[in-house]
Design a protein around this ligand. Structure first.
Ligand code: PLP
Length: 407
């Protein structure tokens, strides 16, 4: 009998955030168990609502949005993205050089398909947001992981990046602020990464979807600024996180730098954008409203009551109070990425650990190796639930780990 198989290209593609652990959680839920889901950076289920102006802008266009748009996206939205980066100090950026997509996720895949030939090496951080590694594998390229340094606030190690550049290296990926670590890269790190790209002729692929979710004295540094006019930089951003509309699938990628030398690549990207026809059209109308500077709410939409910042601080403190656990305080994004003492907890597989935690405590987190971290000694916890739920969840994690360690 015919067996219908997936393509060989999918063999090395993984996306564990929605993998077998989530399937198991759904199986438990269908059996009547309540699961504390701390696995997805999805804003709305946790009561984090978008500004009504953003929702109304999309609702207003449900009629006109029945039509296809320009394959790169509607001009007012692309112009708003270009204006946003100009306000951030990136000079000369034009609406023509902005492509909209169904979230950053689609654009990561599209850009890598346009850029990478089989065997090309792409430098990707470890840990990473796993769509990056998965999308490189999908192209037949080779993800080469460079280490983020936990002892240096999870800043990427410039020495490790430099040591991994080869003649096949094509691009260098930054995720800043970072998922899963919460790192916000220092100015020197971003400058250093741009310098490596400059010296070796690499494209900078900068995922800045959490650009506005930064806390305390952290400052975000745009890779496009460090790249200047001689390094090609593709900056990815979108409305899913800071503007809380994950489901609208409103993302963008903006090209800056020596675009006269990037025409061939941009034509390839345009071809792929044409083939997917256009992004979801009503969702695109959220972009000019979200990015406007003149609204009464301006940039204060992000964490107006400081809730996300407080929850991240609370989770960090509670995790650090568990014997055998240490957690670098996140300075941005929505996550904590604590380290576990593998010897004390007898951990050989972090996937087994999070599955066991799920079955025994009904708390759903994601194992660190699912983010391409090389050791089974971390997990990611989403800090979107309110303080009471977070305390409950971390209390259960603490109880589980203490039992596991025989304390
Ligand atoms: N990049 C990073 C670093 C993310 O954490 C996410 C989502 O969690 C995405 C990209 C994808 O976002 P979206 O496709 O909703 O724009």
């Amino acid at each position: 009998m015919q067996i219908y198989r997936q393509s060989r290209r999918l063999r090395d593609v993984r996306y564990d955030v929605r993998g077998p652990i989530l399937t198991e959680a759904m199986r438990l839920e269908s059996g009547g168990h309540d699961i504390l889901r701390l696995n997805l950076g999805n804003m709305h289920p946790f009561g984090l609502e978008a500004r009504p102006e953003i929702v109304e802008a999309v609702a207003r266009e449900l009629g006109s949005g029945q039509a296809y748009s320009d394959s790169r996206g509607i001009l007012p939205a692309r112009a708003a993205v270009a204006e946003h980066y100009r306000r951030c100090g990136v000079p000369g950026i034009r609406a023509e050089d902005v492509f909209l997509g169904n979230g950053v996720s689609e654009l990561i895949t599209l850009v890598l398909q346009a850029l990478v030939d089989p065997g090309d090496e792409i430098l990707v951080p470890a840990p990473d947001y796993p769509t990056w590694t998965g999308a490189v594998n999908l192209t037949g390229g080779v993800p080469v992981h460079y280490l983020a340094d936990e002892s240096d606030g999870w800043n990427p190690s410039l020495a490790d990046i430099e040591s991994k550049v080869t003649p096949r290296t094509t691009a260098l990926v930054l995720i800043n602020p970072n998922n899963p670590t919460g790192a916000v890269y220092s100015a020197e790190t971003v400058r250093g990464m741009a310098d490596i790209a400059r010296r070796h002729g690499l494209v900078l692929l900068s995922d800045e979807i959490y650009e506005k979710l930064i806390f305390g004295d952290a400052r975000h540094h745009h890779a496009a600024l460090a790249a200047g006019d001689d390094v090609l930089c593709l900056t990815f951003g979108g409305l899913s996180k800071a503007y809380r509309v994950c489901g609208y699938r409103a993302g963008w990628v903006a090209a800056t730098g020596p675009l006269d030398r990037a025409q061939d690549l941009l034509e390839g990207l345009t071809l792929l954008a044409n083939m997917r026809v256009c992004p979801n059209v009503p969702g695109q109308y959220a972009i000019p409203v979200a990015l406007t500077e003149d609204s009464p709410w301006g940039a204060d939409v992000i964490d107006p009551d400081g809730r996300i910042e407080r929850q991240l601080a609370l989770a960090t403190e509670r995790l650090n109070a568990i014997p055998g656990v240490s957690c670098v305080a996140p300075r941005g994004a929505l996550y904590c990425f604590p380290r576990l003492d593998t010897e004390m907890f007898g951990i050989h597989s972090d996937e087994e650990l999070v599955l066991d935690l799920l079955r025994s405590e009904h708390v759903l987190v994601t194992h660190g190796t699912g983010f391409n971290w090389p050791e089974p000694d971390h997990f990611r916890i989403v800090c979107l639930p309110d303080a009471a739920v977070l305390e409950n969840a971390i209390g259960r994690i603490a109880g589980y780990l203490e039992r596991r360690a025989g304390l």
